[in-house]
Write a protein that binds this ligand. Structure first.
Ligand code: HEC
Length: 118
C-alpha cells in the first residue's frame, strides 16, 4: 500500500511547477540567425575543442582551429556525429558532457546552412 502522504507530495510537486518556454524548449534565448564560422562557430570550438584538436595535440588528426581544417569533419559528417552523440561516433567533448543546448543548436543550424565561413 502506498501511504496517502506520498501521493499528496507526488501531486503537489506538479501543481506548483511553473512551466515556461525555457523549461519546455530549453533554447528560447538562443540566437541562430547569421551563424557563420567567423561569427560563432570558431569561438565555440576554440572554447571546447581546440585544446585537444589544435596545434599542440590533434587527436585523430582532427583540428578545429581553422576553417579549412573544419571543413574536413563538416563534409564527412563527423562534426555532426560527435557533438550530437550519434551512434557510431566517439562522443565529444571527450572529457565532458554534451555541449549546451544552444551551442549544439547553433552548430546544427550552421551545418544545415552549408557551414558558411562568413
Ligand atoms: C579532452 C580532449 C578532447 C576534447 C576536449 C575534444 N576531443 Fe574530439 N577527440 C578526442 C579523442 C581522444 C579522439 C579520438 C577518439 C576515438 O577515436 O575514439 C577525438 C576524436 C574526435 C573526432 C574524430 C572522430 C572520428 O570518428 O574519427 C572529431 C570529429 C572530434 N573529436 C571532434 C571534437 C569536437 C567538435 C570537440 C569539441 C566539442 C572535441 N572533439 C573535443 C579528444 C578530445
Amino acid at each position: 500500500m502506498i501511504p496517502a502522504m506520498f501521493i499528496v507530495i507526488f501531486l503537489a510537486s506538479f501543481s506548483c511547477t511553473n512551466y515556461n518556454e525555457l523549461d519546455l524548449y530549453g533554447v528560447v534565448d538562443c540566437d541562430t540567425t547569421d551563424i557563420t564560422w567567423e561569427s560563432t562557430i570558431a569561438d565555440i570550438l576554440a572554447e571546447n575543442c581546440v585544446r585537444c584538436h589544435g596545434p599542440a595535440i590533434s587527436y585523430n588528426g582532427v583540428r578545429h582551429d581553422s576553417y579549412e581544417a573544419e571543413l574536413i569533419v563538416v563534409n564527412d559528417g563527423r562534426l555532426r556525429g560527435v557533438v550530437n552523440h550519434l551512434p557510431g561516433y566517439p562522443q565529444m567533448p571527450f572529457d565532458g558532457p554534451k555541449l549546451p543546448e544552444c551551442e549544439l543548436l547553433q552548430i546544427n543550424t550552421w551545418l544545415d546552412n552549408g557551414a558558411p565561413e562568413k
